[in-house]
Design a protein around this ligand. Sequence first.
Ligand code: SAH
Ligand code: SF4
Length: 353
Amino acid sequence: MEKEKADIRKLALKEIVSFCEENSLKSFRGKQVYEWLWKRSAKTFDEMNNLPKNARQIFSTQFVINPLQISNIQKSKDGTIKTAFKLFDGGLVEGVMIPSEKRATACISSQVGCNLACTFCATGKLKLLRNLGPGEIYDQLVVIKQQAKEHNNTPLSNIVLMGMGEPLLNYKNVLQAINNMISEKGLGLSPRRITLSTSGVIKGIMKLADENVKFNLAVSLHTADNDKRNRIMPVNKTNPLDKLAKAIQYFHEKTGKRITFEYLLLKDFNDSLADAQKLAEYCKIVPCKVNLIEFNATGDGLFKKSPKLKTEAFYNFLESKNMVVNIRSSRGEDIDAACGQLANRAGSEKVKK
Ligand code: SAH
Ligand code: SF4
């Protein structure tokens, strides 16, 4: 049987350069290949026309490129565009372009499904089928960047890893994808525009701190009460709020960055003023801002959106404590493109395990 070829976009630049040296190719060929892969989104080695034919052949006998394919595009009445991407093994993930007047945000996925099973999240109802490779994470952004230009006539102003999956449980590939988004050899985006959202994976937060990353960190808190958090986010059982606080403080010390806390308002569960008071206390651990997120229905009726008056009271309470707070309203709800609604059940089931 033919040996399975490796996905070349899992290799760092220096690994591609060493591959060239080991195969009697000039080392600058490695840089050229890298640019074709990341800056020019080449889908085949054949199109790398500044490489000699034998070099292209050597690469294609050893490696594959595995580009993402667009499987379906849906447009919401508010202009939000959701794209389903087909992976080489048949799996599907989703990415979203969220336009506004002068800017556009890209929301991208890091895993097919998610094992963390938060009870309010549609992705959490799918098992984790596999991690996305660095190229698969990056390609979503290339497509969404183009959509922002074509449909909204704006560049991308923000990139959020808030689609399907827990990015810190696919640490290496996510970091490689982000590094290429930032690198001049890739998209050359400013790291300040990129936000990674985690449900609170302590080990991953510590690692980001040690690497002194330049992009932003958002933590999906949703409640500052440890028992309540255990009930809606199983990840909290092994990553409890007190230990999470220490990791977040460490991240802030190392990077100097302000943290974003995400707080999903669930009717009669975490939307009282006592809950707001607890949140305000917890937030004292670091300089931060709070995004209050409206709950988007996921079909099981387990939770309901907090009523407008309660949301406002919650917001006003935090503001009265001089906290930086925003209310994030849903976008693209009519096409299941809003936070927590990305699932694509039918497609994901096709992935071979
Ligand atoms: N796994 C990461 C990133 C993906 S989820 C995380 O949990 O942070 C992105 C955001 O969507 C998280 O803040 C998550 O809590 C939120 N979310 C999940 N389900 C939601 C729902 N039904 N309505 C609104 N937001 C939801
Ligand atoms: Fe996974 Fe995030 Fe959904 Fe929780 S909210 S199940 S961590 S994708």
